[in-house]
Design a protein around this ligand. Sequence first.
Ligand code: S3P
Length: 172
Amino acid sequence: MDRHIVLIGFMGAGKTTVGGQLSATLGCPLLDTDAMIEEQAGMTISEIFANQGEEAFRRTETEVLADLACREPAVVSTGGGVPLREENRRALRDMGYVVYLKVRPDTVLRRLSGDTTRPLLQGENKREKVERLLVGRDPVYRAAAHLAVEADGRKPEDIAAEILSRIQPAEP
Ligand code: S3P
């Protein structure tokens, strides 16, 4: 593998889990933008949102992408908001093969039912928040990705296998 494999998609799509499968199969590192940001800031994502605001978080996301572009080939799991900025979409496509893990709102709600770590989904009307964000973001994710993969109700290893087979088609 000579370039990154970049996983994008909504919160709860399974980017980090599928990324773990891919990195184990390929024997390359798994890098996670949220983890890099938390390490750099010495704070959790929730603390960054609360103390510095979402804009500051988004700026750090863009900085982290520049750092990622210089790393050896890896599987990159991105925060769900990374593709929202045009400059980020360009950076993602420049650094490797971009894969969109596509999920329905029901899947997100089930997987993140007790979650307290995603500031955008806290408080009342979680379903409404997920549906509204997902409707707005789906076209953005599609535009950013080289490949879209269904991630509802499937095992992470099956999703990883599909991604690999579509990135590296078997020899005829
Ligand atoms: C966000 C997704 C989160 C995290 C932050 C904002 C978003 O990452 O970056 O809470 O805007 O969709 P995950 O997609 O890994 O949950």
